[in-house]
Design a protein around this ligand. Structure first.
Ligand code: PMP
Length: 315
């Protein structure tokens, strides 16, 4: 990825990516003591507009992640939204993008801790099109790695160091010929994918692990549940889910900011339904894709326009 022409927001200033380096001993790098967000922006050529999706939800979650790590974001959510719009404008993107806000412990010394170490806040935007190939179904395995447990480090926070858990599961899955992994929690219930929430469809109802199953409470998860309820009156059940239920679902899909909705073709070599994208997955996915590109007026509040707000966004 060519980052040389990108402008980032780093410790209070807009700078070129290459001028915003951190040192080798930085705590956030050595100990994983940081947290972050992933935000999508969709370029809609018809409108000549870049729509930033669910900014408020992402920054509210970042605040909670930071709180768990006893860090404090140096801006209010409204200020963060304004900075993000300003940053997108400065980069003048004319493509789909991904934004990575992060806050991490920035001291360069030895000694793992959270207390008494200054924080560093940055937002890094990158041009970004697709993450998982959502056009074809994913062949998924149940990982031999268990999801990190809240009693060790809380997965409800998007903590940098916790992504070792995701990386182990993802690379194991790819190494074994699958596209993605589903992790079980320590008590053996379905938790989530390496960077996605998981949903099943059975007899017309939607099932997803409840927030006590060591999941990150996804912004896309919430958005899909809202669409399912408001647009299609699909019953939603949040409860613990057994591994066997993955094998007997009519449909299954992942949700995530990077991936959107990605349907699951098989789990542990057992086809989900007939292996094709099911009707409920399809209508939720199509509606979500329209909503994030400002084609569904009722959901326009999910979006922040980049260029239409040009005058307002100066920070
Ligand atoms: N779980 C994990 C572990 C993730 O990294 C992500 C991606 N942020 C998700 C779920 C999906 O969350 P969201 O819909 O907010 O992107």
């Amino acid at each position: 990825m060519d980052l040389s022409s990108i402008t980032v927001f780093a410790n209070g200033d807009f700078r070129r990516y290459e001028d915003a380096k951190v040192g080798l001993l930085t705590h956030g790098l050595q100990y994983g003591t940081g947290c972050f967000e992933g935000i999508r922006g969709y370029w809609e050529a018809d409108d000549q507009e870049l729509y930033l999706v669910l900014l408020r939800d992402h920054y509210e979650r970042l605040k909670l992640s930071a709180k768990i790590l006893t860090m404090e974001l140096p801006y209010t959510v409204d200020e963060l939204i304004a900075i993000t719009v300003d940053l997108a404008q400065r980069n003048n993107f004319r493509t789909d993008i991904y934004m990575r806000p992060c806050i991490f412990k920035s001291a360069e010394d030895i000694g793992v801790r959270l207390h008494g170490v200054p924080d560093y806040f940055a937002i890094i935007p990158v041009p970004f099109t697709s993450y998982l190939d959502t056009s074809k179904g994913l062949n998924v395995c149940v990982s031999s790695w268990r999801r990190a447990d809240d009693t060790s480090a809380p997965p409800r926070a998007k903590i940098t160091g916790l992504y070792v858990n995701s990386a182990l599961a993802k690379s194991e899955a790819i190494g074994n010929g699958y596209d993605e992994a589903i992790l079980l929690s320590h008590d053996g219930h379905v938790s989530e994918g390496s960077a996605e929430n998981v949903f099943l469809v059975r007899n017309g109802a939607l099932y997803t692990p409840d927030p006590s199953q060591n999941v990150l409470e996804g912004c896309t998860r919430r958005a899909i549940m809202q669409i399912a309820q408001e647009q299609f009156e699909i019953p939603i059940v949040e409860r613990s889910i057994d591994r066997g239920e993955l094998y007997t679902a009519d449909e299954a899909f992942f949700t995530g900011t990077a991936a959107g909705i990605a349907y699951i073709r098989s789990v542990d070599k057992r086809l989900v339904g007939d292996g094709a994208m099911g009707p409920i997955s399809r209508k939720l996915s199509e509606f979500y894709q329209r909503a994030v590109r400002n084609k569904e007026a009722d959901y326009a509040t999910w979006l922040t326009s980049t260029y239409r707000n040009r005058q307002k966004a100066a920070v």
